[in-house]
Design a protein around this ligand. Structure first.
Ligand code: ZN
Length: 353
């Protein structure tokens, strides 16, 4: 035999009094109920269940021999039923805020640390021969819809042969006749220069800088690294399964992805600095690199910003970093580059329009 007494504070009416013998406690969100076979005062439609809706400040007093056992049993299952979030809600805003911040931190660290780490490892594991093969496939695919200037490309390759590039990738330069102000490097060694970017150049150092920058993207395997970064999830799976062939397929199916691929700022800066190194090792004035970026930056002010900038983001800091690297390394000018060849290439670019 027991009694439950619901006391509503400040209420003039007498406390609600329930009487029962065999009892069961039921806990639900925001209320709890006493279920008993012989509940005397049944106030709610459910048979033999009296719901006590407790509002803030209300208390209930239950006199029943085994009330502690009943309560513990029901609390156990109650805790399992409600989610972590709901319990957190009950404790106020702080646990939720902390939970959200922690979740955000975990996601951010996965995104900015773990995924690049895995992606770069995957890029390291990607065989060079397959990288070159992939580049050739993409090159054929892209060039099918471009006006490749064969004679101009031959001159561009001759121009590039004045310089020595690091690594052992088979670098191959292509001149495409197009107003587009752009240049890009494919994985494995293909470097494509649009006549639109060549036309805006003032001196031969800018072209050398462009080739050095793009060659650095190839040598540092930036395409593969960036694509791996974007595909980290499925690539990891393929690596785990040890199926490099499937990986090439996955990458090749990303043909459009490779084209619009934009490198991260850190990869761009790496290409700038490695490009500077190439210029210096060839005794070419590194100022060509800043002149190139300033040229593109100026072109960026018009109605048609160079496509180069959409795949090679150009924050102010990139030019500043370059200028600093140049000032510490010292400038030089030599006769490495043949100015006549540059002028010939430029007039080739200009004559197409
Ligand atoms: Zn770049």
């Amino acid at each position: 035999m027991g009694t439950a007494l619901l006391q509503r504070p400040g209420s003039p009416s007498r406390p609600t009094d329930f009487q029962f013998s065999e009892a069961k406690l039921l806990l639900e969100q925001g209320r709890f109920a006493i279920q008993a076979g012989d509940l005397k005062e049944v106030r709610y439609p459910r048979k033999n269940v009296a719901f006590l809706e407790l509002k803030s400040g209300e208390t209930v007093e239950i006199n029943y021999p085994n009330i502690r056992g009943l309560l513990q049993a029901e609390l156990g299952s109650f805790n399992e039923k409600i989610s972590f979030f709901e319990r957190a809600m009950g404790r106020g805003i702080w646990p939720i805020a902390i939970f959200l911040v922690m979740t955000l931190l975990v996601i951010l660290s996965i995104w900015f640390w773990l995924l690049p780490f895995i992606a770069f490892r995957a890029a390291d594991a990607f065989p060079k021969e397959q990288e070159i093969e992939l580049g050739n496939t993409l090159y054929t695919q892209y060039m099918a819809s471009e006006k490749v200037d064969s004679a101009g490309s031959a001159m561009l390759n001759e121009y590039a042969r004045q310089m020595q590039f690091p690594g052992d990738y088979p670098l191959h330069f292509t001149l495409v006749q197009s107003e587009t102000v752009n240049a890009f490097a494919l994985p494995g060694g293909h470097i494509v220069v649009y006549s639109g970017i060549l036309k805006g150049m003032k001196h031969e150092g800018q072209l050398a800088a462009l080739l050095a920058h793009e060659a650095s993207h190839v040598v540092q395997r930036h395409s593969i690294k960036s694509m791996m970064r974007e595909l980290a999830g499925s690539i990891v799976l393929n690596l785990v399964l040890g199926d490099a062939g499937a990986m090439t397929g996955t990458l090749a199916s990303q043909a459009e992805g490779f084209r619009s691929l934009s490198y991260s700022r850190s990869l761009e800066t790496e290409a700038d600095l490695k490009g500077l190194e190439i210029l210096r090792n060839n005794s070419i004035d590194p100022k060509g690199m800043t002149d190139l970026l300033l040229q593109l930056n100026e072109a960026g002010g018009g109605a048609h910003p160079p496509e180069f900038l959409s795949t090679h983001p150009l924050p102010e800091s990139r030019i500043e970093q370059l200028q600093e690297a140049i000032s510490t390394g010292g400038a030089m000018r030599s006769d490495t580059l043949n100015p006549t060849l540059f002028q010939q290439l430029k007039s080739k670019a200009a004559s197409a329009f």
